[in-house]
Ligand binder design. Structure first.
Ligand code: FMN
Length: 181
């Protein structure tokens, strides 16, 4: 892997652009350590408790949810636009029945600070350890959001991950420019 370490929010604009296009993969690993990538469209980032934090929202029905509950670590991988087909597979197939890394021919590569793998083909990767979880509480959520996003319940759990490390390709901005068009 030829990535360089970066600060947690050095490439935040590029990360947010890819997020809004559905270009992020959340990797989790259960007790067996096998990485499972899942497409995510929702994530926030900032500073809480004096730490850089990424918050990801995962529905209990996802295989990724059970993996996160077994091992409270995750990586967030910002993919280039060429991987749109792989991203589509990771956002529709479940790791319960599909080895998504094999199916998409993507490569798991060891992270520095967590046991969950990074995706080699990602342009930017974040390594996170869960420091807090919270529930989306229907009684405290605007009714319109409940109706729109939760017709079948399955309310997300919010995972607050401290960013322990982040890395990126030297030409990350150019490689992610495809998401702008
Ligand atoms: C663009 C896009 C964004 C998504 N964002 C989320 C998300 O933020 N949280 C979530 O729980 N599911 C999200 N999903 C759905 C999961 O990616 C999908 O259900 C996936 O198949 C679950 O995989 P798993 O069972 O291996 O965990 C998204 C799907 C797509 C296509």
């Amino acid at each position: 892997m030829n990535k360089q370490p970066i600060g947690p929010f050095d490439l935040w604009q590029e990360t947010m652009t890819a997020l809004t296009r559905g270009g992020l993969l959340l990797c989790t690993a259960g007790a067996d350590g096998k990485s499972n990538p899942m497409t995510i469209g929702w994530m926030t980032g900032g500073v809480i408790w004096g730490k850089p934090i990424l918050e990801v929202l995962v529905r209990p029905s996802r295989y990724s949810f059970s993996r996160l509950e077994q091992n409270a670590e995750f990586t967030v991988n910002v993919m280039p636009r060429e991987f749109v087909e792989a991203i589509q597979i990771c956002g529709s197939a479940s790791g319960r029945t599909t080895d998504k890394l094999a199916e998409t021919r993507m490569t798991a590569t060891p992270a520095q600070e967590v046991k969950v793998s990074l995706i080699e083909e990602a342009v930017i990767s974040y390594e996170c350890r869960v420091v807090h979880t919270n529930e989306v509480v229907p009684q405290r959520l605007e009714q319109g959001i409940v109706t729109t996003f939760y017709p079948h319940g399955d309310f997300h759990r919010v995972y607050f991950g401290e960013v322990l490390a982040a890395c990126a390709d030297a030409d990350a901005k150019a490689r992610l420019a495809g998401w702008l068009s």
